[in-house]
Write a protein that binds this ligand. Sequence first.
Ligand code: GRF
Length: 209
Amino acid sequence: MKRRTAVLISGRGSNMVALIAAAAAPDYPAEIVLVLSNIEDAAGLETARRAGIEAWAIPHTPFGRDRAAHEAELDAALRAADVELVCLAGYMRVLTPFLVGRWEGRMLNIHPSLLPSFPGLHTHQRALDAGVRLHGCSVHLVSAELDGGPIVAQAAVPVLPDDTEDTLAARVLVQEHRIYPLALAALAGGAVARPDAAAALANPCSAVG
Ligand code: GRF
């Protein structure tokens, strides 16, 4: 039985597309059954619908500062769809302890840096500014600490001398699309045993490309 999985997005949803494509394989252990966005006109919603997946927005703006009330709506939608696992994929809202607690051990996030370096925003520019020679992306279980949960998969890319924020982001994105499906498969297949574990036993997910 494939694990029923939802993807939360705020924008174009290219990681969502990678997950949908991977989940189409008969032997993939998860299926994408629902896509939710906090942004009404997120491009990824239409992309998901075109792929035959239920997708709609639950905008955060009507809730003002009441983040937990917005999250309660999200949570209700996830539960109504019998969702078991959640993938944050470019979902640009910081979660409160409410939603984190509800989905502990069952919610993944993709972050465009080699965590624990560069949590938060503008990771590619910060990597360039710091002069690092390796950059990359991480998929981690969501915990109460922003971008701080146990790492499930990572991939590294070189930082080249003439890189701009855009060229570096594009190189990282290729790897995001590769490792997010691997990480979801690991979680859905039971290879990520405990929320507090450092993830899968083997590490098939690292690469320098
Ligand atoms: C990705 O780089 C992801 O790591 C970051 O936001 C971007 C979302 O891209 N959190 P997309 O919407 O999946 O194309």
